[in-house]
Design a protein around this ligand. Structure first.
Ligand code: PLP
Length: 438
């Protein structure tokens, strides 16, 4: 199927989405509320979702590998999480006061995340990382925040730089961009060269242990340990952004697998069970700078919350999600197997054109061009990203399989081997249309 034929097939099967998208575009910037949710010619409009399926307003069903920005490790609407939300609804879903579910969720997180001596909930990952940077600046009395090329930490101005290739400014309207310094990913020598230049004013290094938005690329252990060591000897904080990776590969964070000891870990996505959430988890001493009972205005770090922080619906959904994960001993090994199968079968289907990156249940094919592997976002951006988006779109149009075009895929507890089989067949069909290898 050519791309034109795929667009025609998509238009034919999604007339209601097309009409609704036109209405949306009249009122909403780009017709969406998160830039990545747009894809050409228009994104389908969802009516409902259950388990591993998402259904649009034209009654087309898709096997979903986007899984709510990778937040739904148990699939859509898992029974226990749904019941927890329903029972919370019966007690009210917005109190604006302290609620018991927040205490229970924190106890569960603290048991499995050693860095979580103190926790503060917010309503998004963006806020969690933004406040973590503020805490670091307060604690160290320094200004420079270091991130990696290709690292995505949400839309907050403190980290909104060097997200997309070519790594530079991302947006107008970001003040004090000079205080954000970017280092290459998985290149310790290159990173240290830059770090040495900003060492005197270094407040923190913020990094994901596996780049999500940046191409589904795991960090090398020596790289992260080198960054942590540099932060520690510079009196700066080492902040791990585990918003994608927290509770994704094991019950807890990814960092103990790499023998790291971060000062602050940010969490989100899975710990909210599909409800809005973000969390800063950190050492008591570090998080203590936000304690308004101990510090005056001129000394403290003033961090939120906000109106909806720790709302009982998110807390109950998150707690039920963690309890469900904990009760399913076979979950992580099974997800790892399915993810591995997806990576292997995509590489096989594309016969050398594709390198599949990822770990556990996360996977992403890269259409490589004259290169050995994909170990950094710079490598990922040298791949044929247009072809990847076309592959993803053709699966939406023809095969009833949904990846947000160009983004990594996530297997959930609801996915089956048969789903991976259908994904493999779709990849083989697309591969057969590509012609002889260049
Ligand atoms: C690693 C990472 N940090 C932070 C964020 C921002 O989280 P949110 O979209 O909840 O604001 C994301 C979102 O995808 C992310 O992947």
């Amino acid at each position: 199927m050519s791309y034109r034929a795929a667009v025609a097939a998509y238009r034919k099967k999604t007339p209601n989405s097309r009409r609704l998208h036109a209405e949306s575009a009249r009122l909403h910037v780009n017709g969406v509320h998160h830039n990545i949710r747009h894809f050409d010619p228009y994104p389908f409009v969802t009516r409902s979702a259950r388990a591993q399926r998402i259904t649009d307003v034209d009654a087309n069903a898709y096997t979903d590998y986007w899984m709510g920005h990778w937040s739904l490790i148990l699939g859509h609407r898992p029974t226990r999480v749904k019941s927890a939300i329903e029972s919370q609804l019966g007690r009210g879903w917005m109190h604006g006061t302290v609620s018991e579910p927040s205490i229970r969720l924190s106890q569960e997180i603290a048991k499995s995340v050693r860095a979580a001596q103190k926790i503060r909930y917010v309503s998004s990952g963006t806020e969690a990382v933004m406040y973590a940077a503020r805490i670091a600046r307060t604690y160290t009395k320094k200004k420079t925040v270091v991130k990696v090329d290709g690292g995505w930490h949400g839309y907050a101005s403190d980290l909104l730089k060097t997200v997309n290739w070519p790594f530079g400014s991302e947006s107008r309207g970001v003040p004090n961009e000079k205080n954000i310094v970017s280092i290459p990913y998985n290149d310790l020598g290159g990173a240290l060269d830059i770090l040495q230049k900003v060492q005197k004013d270094l407040a923190c290094i913020v990094v994901e242990p596996l780049l999500g938005g940046g191409g589904c690329i795991p960090a090398e252990q020596d790289y992260l340990r080198g960054l942590e060591e540099f932060a520690s000897k510079s009196g700066a904080l080492f902040i791990l952004d585990e918003i994608v990776t927290g509770f994704r590969f094991r019950y807890g964070c990814m960092y103990p697998m790499m023998r790291l000891d971060p000062d602050i870990v940010t969490l989100g996505k899975i710990i909210g069970g599909g409800m809005p959430i973000g969390a800063m988890c950190g050492r008591s001493e570090v998080m203590g700078v936000a304690d308004t009972s101990r510090f005056s205005k001129s000394e403290r770090s003033y961090v939120g919350g906000g109106t909806f922080s720790a709302n009982p619906a998110s807390m109950s959904a998150g707690l039920a999600t963690l309890q469900t994960i904990k009760s399913q001993k076979a979950l992580y090994p099974r997800l790892e197997r399915l993810g591995g199968e997806a990576r292997n079968s995509l590489e096989r289907a594309f016969d050398g054109r594709v390198t599949a990156t990822g770990a556990g249940s996360l996977f992403m094919p890269h259409f490589v061009r004259n290169m050995d592997g994909v170990t950094s976002p710079a490598d990922a951006s040298r791949c044929d990203t247009g072809l990847l988006s076309r592959f993803h779109f053709e699966m939406i149009a023809r095969d009833g399989i949904f990846f947000l075009p160009g983004k990594l895929g996530a297997v959930s507890a609801a996915h089956t081997r048969a789903d991976i089989g259908r994904l493999t067949e779709a990849a083989e069909r697309f591969s057969s249309t590509l012609g002889a290898r260049a």
